[in-house]
Design a protein around this ligand. Structure first.
Ligand SMILES: Cc1cc2nc3c(=O)[nH]c(=O)nc-3n(C[C@H](O)[C@H](O)[C@H](O)COP(=O)(O)OP(=O)(O)OC[C@H]3O[C@@H](n4cnc5c(N)ncnc54)[C@H](O)[C@@H]3O)c2cc1C
Length: 262
């Protein structure tokens, strides 16, 4: 273990924050993670799939004392297939099929737990909401103000490096890039993870496997008119699905209640 380089304060304890915590620990920094959620991740029932390329897997494994754990919780994605489906005629045509694909499919919350469990728990302050920061004149030191959510008390923490891992709406980024605006991608997505354990032979699962026979090793992109979808299987009998619908940017500032009928 080399000489400590200083104290890094990471705001955000999700995938990016945990990854930074591992990298900085390896680079001989003392690390403190501030996370506004009150509890550590414990296998959230929601979540998504992540495709890990060889470099991502190599980096994650370098952080783990038992690197094969990553292989154990992921499934191979050795085929990447793009196809187009005419849903009226129920006809599918393969556009491209790469059988040398070298990704692995991970369940988002499994990766988060794996990264979290490989770090000392003393590194985390849960229920600490970042409020603001100030830098010393020579920019060698940072003071971070946080709110302890439970007690509503404000605490100041000093460090040498501040990492903004507080997500796509980062308040720290706003300080440095006040005019930065998120750009709408042109589509909205519905997404989910379908847990089919215990229902492997059900009509629904058999139907899905008939349409997507290489599930378990294939990343499917299925293109339709003004829409596309992504399917791949995850470890422990789960199916990751995302359905993208091209549409004009929704006005998220207007909050309307839409009555649902079933
Ligand atoms: C609906 C949806 C579906 C998605 N589906 C996929 C998918 O299928 N596959 C995929 O790869 N990606 C997907 N993504 C994107 C993925 O979630 C993000 O890329 C990923 O979570 C980014 O990780 P992150 O650590 O940067 O940020 P986040 O996961 O957003 O984490 C930010 C963390 O910072 C904390 N935080 C924020 N503000 C503060 C504060 N002031 N003080 C303290 N803590 C704070 C938050 O509580 C959170 O834990 C999806 C995103 C959404 C919204």
């Amino acid at each position: 273990m080399g000489k400590k380089k200083g104290k890094a304060i990471i705001v955000g304890g999700s995938i990016a924050g945990l990854s930074c915590a591992h990298s900085l620990t390896l680079a001989c920094w003392d690390v403190l993670v501030l996370e506004k959620s009150s509890e550590p991740p414990v296998g959230s029932p929601t979540g998504a799939g992540l495709g890990l390329d060889p470099q991502a897997r190599q980096i994650i494994k370098s952080w783990l004392t038992t690197p094969q754990l990553l292989d154990e919780i992921t499934l191979p994605l050795s085929i990447d297939q793009n196809q187009t489906t005419d849903s009226e005629k129920k006809v599918t045509r393969i556009l491209t099929r790469d059988e040398d694909f070298d990704f692995r499919a991970a369940y988002w919350s499994d990766i988060q737990s794996l990264l979290y469990n490989a770090l000392p728990q003393t590194m985390f302050l849960w229920g600490h909401k970042f409020l603001s920061f100030t830098m010393s004149q020579d920019e060698s030191n940072v003071k971070v103000k946080t709110l302890v959510v439970e007690t509503q008390e404000t605490v100041e923490i000093e460090g040498d490096l501040l990492i903004a891992a507080d997500g796509c709406l980062s308040s720290i980024r706003k300080t440095f890039l006040p005019d930065f605006k998120l750009r709408y991608s042109g589509y909205c997505a519905w997404r989910g993870v379908f847990d089919f354990s215990g229902n492997e032979n059900s009509e629904t699962v058999s139907g899905i496997k008939k349409v997507y026979p290489d599930l378990g090793k294939c990343l499917y992109f299925d293109l339709g008119e003004q829409t596309h979808s992504v399917f791949y299987e995850l470890f422990n009998k789960k199916l990751n699905w995302i359905w993208y619908v091209n549409q004009p940017e929704p006005d998220l500032k207007v909050r309307r209640l839409i009555p649902l009928s079933f």
